[in-house]
Design a binder for this molecule. Structure first.
Ligand SMILES: [Zn+2]
Ligand SMILES: [Zn+2]
Length: 420
C-alpha cells in the first residue's frame, strides 16, 4: 500500500538497524538474574521476604503511576517535588531513566503494532517485544524531542542522566536492613520480578486477553496481568483512552495504582486525576482518524489481495486490455466500476447488463469483495464501534488501492512512477 504519508504498517528502513544489540548491557541484566540464585548461599528470612514484597509494590506503583500514567501520559497533576519522588522510585526499578522511558512509551502509542513500534510482539515476536528491543542500539537513546514537557525540568534531566543510581540506593538500603538475604531476595528478586511483569505489558498484553474497544492495534485487557502490574493489564482500555489515570474502567477491573492515586489525591499529593468519560467507556464516541486508518488497514489486509490481482491479471491477459492510462485514471475507473457493479447487481435491467458487459470487457470486478463482504468481515473482526462504516469504507479504498498498485506494478505500465 502506498500513500504519500507513511501509513501505519509501512515497512521502514530502520528494520535491520534496530536489530543491532548492545551485548555488554545484557551482562548486568543476566547477572541480576543469576544473583537471585545466591539465595542458596544467603538463605531466606521473613525480613527479606517483606523487603521484596514492599519493594515490588512501591516500585510497581512508581512505574505505573509515575513512569506510565504521570510522565508518559500526564493523566494527573502533582508538584515538582512529588514528581521527582515518583521518578526516583520508578527509576529504582532499573528500567533506564525517566525521560527515556516516557519517550519510548509515547512512541509505542504513536505507532503501536506497526513496524515502527518499539516493541510489538505482533510484528517482531514475543522475545523481541519482551526484552530484545531494550538492548538494541536504536532504542538506547533518550529521544528528548518526544518529551519536551518533561525535559524542561533540570531535576528530571539529572535523574535521566543517572539511570541506575536510584536502584543502587535502594539496593544499599535493602542490604542495610536485611543483610545479604535482604539484598538477594529483597532487592534482586523484586527487581527481576518487576522487570518481567513490566515487560509482559509490552509482550503479553498485546497478545493474550480480550479487546473491548477498537484501538487499531492488538492491545488487550488481561485480568491477571492487571493484578500483577497494579492495573496495567487493562491495556486495551488504556490504548482506547490513554489520558486516564485509571485503567480499570469498570468497578470490577482491579486497578491498585488508581486506588493508591485516589488516596494520594485525598491528602493533596496529587490532583486532577483524569477519568474516562462515560461515552468513552461505553464505546459510543467516534474513533480518531488514526485509529480508523489502522483498523481499516488491518481489515483490508485480511483479504487476499494476491488472489484478486491474479484473477484480474488473468482476465486482462485474456482480453488484452490496455492499461496505457494514468494510475489515477485507472483507480478512479476501477472504483466507479466496483460501485456500479455492486449497486446494481440485484437489478437485472438490460441497460445495466449492457453497461456491465462493456465494463467487464475492460476489467473484471467479480473477484473484488463487495462493501457488504467487507462489512461482514469487519463485524467478525472488530468489537462494536460507531465508526464501523468509516472503517469499512476506508478498508475498501485501501483494498482497491492495493489491488490497483499491485496490478499496475505487475503490468509494468509506464505511468507507474505516478503512483509513488
Ligand atoms: Zn501508555
Ligand atoms: Zn501497548
Amino acid at each position: 500500500m502506498t500513500t504519500t504519508n507513511t501509513p501505519p504498517g509501512t515497512k521502514v528502513a530502520t528494520r535491520s538497524a534496530d536489530r543491532t544489540y548492545r551485548y555488554l548491557e545484557t551482562i548486568p541484566f543476566g547477572m541480576a538474574h543469576l544473583a537471585c540464585f545466591a539465595v542458596f548461599l544467603t538463605g531466606i528470612d521473613l525480613t527479606a521476604i517483606l523487603i521484596a514484597v514492599g519493594l515490588y509494590a512501591i516500585r510497581m506503583f512508581g512505574i505505573t503511576a509515575g513512569y506510565h500514567r504521570y510522565f508518559s501520559h500526564r493523566s494527573f497533576k502533582t508538584s515538582r517535588i512529588f514528581g521527582f519522588v515518583l521518578g526516583f522510585i520508578a527509576q529504582s526499578s532499573a528500567q533506564r531513566g525517566v525521560l527515556w522511558w516516557a519517550s519510548g512509551h509515547r512512541h509505542h502509542h504513536r505507532f503501536s503494532d506497526t513496524d515502527n513500534d518499539v516493541h510489538s510482539p505482533v510484528r517482531r515476536g514475543f522475545w523481541y517485544a519482551h526484552l530484545g528491543w531494550f538492548f538494541t542500539v536504536q532504542h538506547n537513546e533518550t529521544k528528548l524531542d518526544a518529551v519536551p514537557d518533561l525535559a524542561k525540568y533540570p531535576e528530571l534531566r539529572w535523574l535521566d542522566r543517572h539511570p541506575y543510581l536510584p536502584a543502587v540506593v535502594i539496593a544499599l538500603i535493602a542490604f542495610a536492613i536485611g543483610g545479604w538475604s535482604g539484598l538477594v531476595v529483597g532487592f534482586f528478586w523484586s527487581t527481576v520480578a518487576l522487570w518481567h511483569a513490566t515487560f509482559s505489558i509490552n509482550s503479553l498484553a498485546h497478545v493474550i486477553g480480550r479487546k473491548r474497544y477498537v484501538t487499531g492495534d492488538q492491545s488487550r485487557n488481561n485480568w491477571w496481568l492487571a493484578l500483577l502490574t497494579f492495573g496495567e493489564g487493562w491495556h486495551n482500555n488504556h490504548h482506547h483512552y490513554q489520558s486516564a489515570a485509571r485503567q480499570g474502567f469498570r468497578w470490577y477491573e482491579v486497578d491498585f495504582s488508581y486506588y493508591a492515586l485516589k488516596v494520594l489525591s485525598k491528602i493533596g499529593l496529587v490532583w486532577d486525576l483524569q477519568t474516562p468519560p462515560k461515552h468513552v467507556v461505553r464505546a459510543e464516541q467516534r474513533l480518531r482518524r488514526s485509529v480508523i486508518e489502522k483498523a481499516a488497514g488491518e481489515l483490508a489486509r485480511s483479504f487476499q489481495t494476491e488472489t484478486i490481482v491474479a484473477d484480474l491479471r488473468a482476465l486482462l491477459a485474456e482480453k488484452r486490455a490496455s492499461l496505457d492510462i494514468s494510475v489515477q485514471e485507472f483507480q478512479e475507473n476501477l472504483l466507479a466500476l466496483i460501485d456500479s457493479y455492486h449497486a446494481h447487481v440485484d437489478q437485472k435491467t438490460t441497460d445495466f447488463q449492457d453497461e456491465l458487459k462493456r465494463l467487464i470487457h475492460a476489467i473484471d470486478v467479480m473477484s473484488m469483495p463487495s462493501i457488504s463482504d467487507i462489512r461482514e468481515r469487519a463485524a467478525a473482526m472488530f468489537v462494536r464501534t460507531p465508526s464501523m462504516n468509516e472503517i469499512t469504507e476506508r478498508a475498501r479504498q485501501i483494498l482497491v488501492d492495493d489491488v490497483c498498485e499491485e496490478l499496475l506494478r505487475l503490468q509494468a505500465v509506464p505511468a507507474k512512477a505516478n503512483a509513488r
